[in-house]
Design a protein around this ligand. Structure first.
Ligand SMILES: Nc1nc2c(ncn2[C@H]2C[C@H](O)[C@@H](COP(=O)(O)OP(=O)(O)OP(=O)(O)O)O2)c(=O)[nH]1
Length: 218
């Protein structure tokens, strides 16, 4: 059947998939991202960090799927996005102060938005195939005026997204251009997920057939 499960709380990722013709089942992982990143160590390459976080998120939702009899011919996708600025990975700012400082550092400059992806294929409750990788997109930021930046911060949007910006929402006013896959900046890179699905033996056509908006989502 090739039912798709999105192991993410991200409304952006869900929106990208729905716009791309796939209505996934959503299961939110309970991965402690900070603890996992710390366990990987300070020297872990950024691409490894986001990919391992994506792997952990996908793996975390499998037991619940099996318990709910959703572990047969099911695909699970997990993702993690972070912005690489001056060699440092940045997740969500969380506060206005942190978001303001980040914008002051990145305005007029470029940085790489890294998104890790993990795809698991389940059959009879077992992981029978898996594939993981990351994508990187260079983002060239504009220079918001002080008034525009304060208004953006006041919107609350930049506090809850990796890198304190969005491409497809309010932050789009302050992104000059990108070099790479726009969907991966938003949170799930469709071209890379297509390749990872092919690695576990599933085509996009099959995904469309099995996960239309009318398909059951539990
Ligand atoms: N709409 C939009 N959201 C973005 C953009 N860039 C990053 N984000 C969001 C997507 C994710 O929700 C969030 C990145 O944080 P995470 O990768 O940790 O995901 P999140 O904690 O939201 O959900 P998850 O860990 O997958 O359950 O930032 C963008 O350009 N547009």
């Amino acid at each position: 059947m090739a039912r798709l499960v999105l192991a993410s709380a991200s409304p952006a990722r869900l929106s990208v998939l729905r716009s791309a013709g796939v209505a996934p089942i959503v299961r939110v992982s309970a991965v402690d991202e900070d603890a996992l990143a710390a366990a990987l160590g300070p020297g872990a390459p950024p691409a490894v960090v986001v990919t391992e976080l994506a792997r952990a998120k996908a793996a975390d939702v499998v037991p619940g799927l099996v318990r709910d009899s959703l572990g047969d011919d099911t695909l699970v996708v997990g993702c993690d996005s972070m912005l690489l600025v001056d060699g440092q990975l940045q997740g969500k700012p969380g506060t206005v102060e942190v978001a303001r400082e980040r914008w002051r550092a990145m305005a007029g400059r470029s940085a790489d938005l890294l998104t890790g992806h993990s795809v698991l294929r389940l059959r009879d409750g077992e992981v029978v195939a898996q594939a993981a990788d990351h994508s990187s997109t260079t983002v060239h930021f504009g220079r918001p005026t002080a008034d525009d930046l304060e208004a953006y911060l006041a919107s609350g949007e930049p506090l809850q997204v990796a890198g304190a910006f969005t491409l497809d929402s309010l932050g789009g006013w302050f992104v000059e251009r990108i070099e790479g896959d726009p969907s991966s900046v938003i949170g799930i890179g469709l071209p890379l997920v297509r390749r990872l699905l092919a690695d576990v033996g599933v085509s996009v056509a099959r995904l469309w057939a099995a996960n239309t908006a009318e398909s059951p989502s539990v």
